[in-house]
Design a protein around this ligand. Structure first.
Ligand code: EPZ
Length: 429
C-alpha cells in the first residue's frame, strides 16, 4: 500500500487550485439515476470514491463516460462526466460494492423513486462512529415505501410509486436530507422536509435537480418543499468547489506559515472555519480568484471550537484544526458534536509530540513549540490529512502509512502541496 513521505519545515507559498467537492459530486452522480436522459457534470474531482461510485452505478446499468481535455482547459480542471441511466437493469446494490463507501447507500432513493424497488446493502465508509441509516429509512417510509432488512440488505418497495409527505428529521442529517430530497422529486404530491441539513452540497444537488425539471424550493434552509413531478430530464451542472479541501489547505498554511492563494475557493462555503483561522492568527483575504491565506511571523493562538451542522464549524475540518492547535501558544478546546467517535487522529497526532487530552466529546490541546516528524497511520479520510499537515510543519521526516483514505477525498494532494514548496512524495511499494 502507498505511503507518503514528508520532510517538514518548509513554508507553503504559491497557488493551490481547489477541486470540485467530493460530497457534492457523489450525490450528484447518484441523482443521474433519476432520469433516463443524460446528466452532464463538470468539475468532478478525480478521486477513488468517484471511481468506486462509477462502478456501483455501472452495476445498475448506467453508462458513464469521462470527457477528455479540451482546448482552453487549464491544467487542474476536474473531469466532465456524462451519466446516462437510460435503462436501469439491476436495482440491487451489492455488499461488495456498497460496503466500501457509505454514500453509495444513497442510490436507494433514486432507485425506489424511479423503479419503485431497491435492494441495497447496508453501508460501510470511514470508521468515525456507528453511523446508522435509521433516519434515511424513516424518510423513505414516510414517502410510502415498504422497507424490510434481510441478510444485511435494505429491501425497499413502493409498488404504486412514492407519495409526497411531511418528513421531520429529529436531528440534522446530510444523508437523510439527500435521500429525502432525491426520493421526493418523483413522488406524487408535495413533500415538506423540516429540520433539513443546510450544507452547501444539499443546495448544489437541489440546483442540479431543478435543472433536471424537479420543483424544489428552500434548499439551503431548514425547510425544503418538493412538488413531485412525473419525470426528470437531462441537464448540465458544475460541481461546487470543495469547502473541506479549501479549509484543509488554509489550515496547512496557517500551520507552516507562508502565503497561498486558494484558487476557485468560495469563502461563503466555510465562513465559520475562516473566522476560526483569523482568530488563530492567520491573515485571510478574499479576492476575485478565491481566498488568500497567509501567516508570516505571528504565532498561532489557541481557540475554543465546537463542530456543528452548516453554517457551524464542520466536523470534516475538526482533525485538521486539532493538528494546527497542537502548535498553538496555549490550550485549545475542540468539541465534536456530530460523530461520537471521531477522534482516531488523537493517538496518531501524539506521535508527533502533540499533547491532547480527551474527555468525552471534548479534546483539550496544550500547544507545543514544535512537532517532530514520526511514522503515523491514516485511519479515516480527514484524520489522514490532519497527519499530512502536521507532518508539513513538523521537524524532520514523517511517513504517513496506509494512504488509501487520502485518495478517496483529496485530488493530487502531493502535487498541489509540492507546487507550493512542500517536501512531500508518494512511495508506492
Ligand atoms: C456527510 O455524512 C458527509 N459525507 C460526511 O463527510 C460529513 O462528516 C457529514 O455529512 C457531516 O457533515 C458525505 O457527504 C458523503 P449525517 P453523512 O447523515 O451524510 C447521525 C467525509 O470525510 N445519523 O449528516 O453520513 C450520524 O450518525 C465524510 O467526507 C443517524 O443517527 O452524515 C451522525 O451522528 C465523513 N441516523 C449525524 O446523524 C441516520 O440515519 C450526522 O450524520 C443518519 C445519520
Amino acid at each position: 500500500m502507498d505511503r507518503i513521505r514528508i520532510v517538514g519545515g518548509n513554508k507553503l507559498n504559491g497557488t493551490i487550485p481547489i477541486s470540485g467537492a467530493k460530497n457534492a459530486a457523489l450525490p450528484l452522480m447518484i441523482a443521474g439515476l433519476l432520469s433516463e436522459q443524460t446528466l452532464i457534470l463538470d468539475n468532478v474531482p478525480r478521486l477513488a470514491d468517484v471511481a468506486q461510485l462509477q462502478r456501483i452505478l455501472g452495476n445498475h446499468g448506467v453508462d458513464i463516460t469521462s470527457v477528455g481535455k479540451r482546448p482552453g482547459d487549464h491544467q487542474y480542471q476536474g473531469q466532465t462526466l456524462h451519466i446516462s441511466a437510460t435503462d436501469i437493469i439491476d436495482t440491487t446494490a451489492p455488499y461488495e460494492l456498497v460496503s466500501r463507501m457509505r454514500a453509495s447507500f444513497w442510490v436507494i432513493a433514486p432507485l425506489l423513486a424511479r423503479m419503485h424497488e431497491a435492494k441495497v446493502s447496508l453501508p460501510g465508509g470511514c470508521a468515525i462512529g456507528t453511523r446508522p441509516v435509521d433516519l434515511l429509512i424513516m424518510a423513505l417510509e414516510k414517502l410510502g415505501a415498504d422497507i424490510a432488512i434481510d441478510g444485511g440488505y435494505v429491501i425497499a418497495k413502493a409498488p404504486g410509486g412514492l407519495k409526497g409527505a411531511d418528513i421531520e428529521f429529529p436531528k440534522v442529517t446530510v444523508s437523510g436530507t439527500h435521500v429525502a430530497l432525491m426520493a421526493a422529486t418523483l413522488a406524487k404530491g408535495t413533500t415538506v422536509i423540516t429540520n433539513a441539513a443546510c450544507e452547501p452540497e444539499i443546495s448544489d444537488v437541489a440546483d442540479c435537480l431543478n435543472k433536471m425539471g424537479a420543483r424544489i424550493s428552500g434548499a439551503g434552509t431548514t425547510r425544503i418543499v418538493v412538488e413531485g413531478v412525473a419525470k426528470l430530464h437531462g441537464a448540465r451542472h458544475t460541481v461546487l468547489p470543495d469547502r473541506i479541501e479549501t479549509g484543509t489547505y488554509a489550515m496547512a498554511v496557517a500551520m507552516t506559515g507562508g502565503d497561498v492563494q486558494l484558487s476557485g475557493a468560495r469563502p461563503e462555503l466555510l465562513q465559520s472555519a475562516l473566522d476560526v483561522l483569523t482568530k488563530a492568527g492567520a491573515d485571510i483575504t478574499v479576492n476575485n480568484d478565491g481566498i488568500r491565506v497567509a501567516r508570516n511571523g505571528a504565532g498561532i493562538g489557541p481557540v475554543t471550537v465546537s463542530t456543528a451542522p452548516f453554517p457551524g464549524f464542520p466536523t470534516d475540518l475538526q482533525a485538521q484544526l486539532m493538528a494546527l492547535m497542537a502548535c498553538a501558544s496555549g490550550a485549545s478546546q475542540i468539541t465534536e458534536t456530530i460523530f461520537e467517535n471521531r477522534f482516531m487522529h488523537v493517538q496518531e497526532l501524539a506521535r508527533f509530540g502533540a499533547r491532547i487530552r480527551l474527555d468525552g466529546e471534548t479534546a483539550t490541546i496544550d500547544g507545543i513549540a514544535r512537532l517532530r516528524g514520526a511514522p503515523v497511520m491514516a485511519t479515516d479520510l480527514r484524520a489522514s490529512v490532519s497527519l499530512v499537515i502536521a507532518g508539513l510543519a513538523a521537524e524532520g521526516e514523517t511517513m504517513v502509512n496506509r494512504v488509501y483514505h487520502l485518495d478517496r477525498g483529496f485530488e493530487r494532494l502531493e502535487e498541489k502541496l509540492s507546487a507550493c514548496g512542500a517536501s512531500i512524495q508518494r512511495i508506492s511499494d
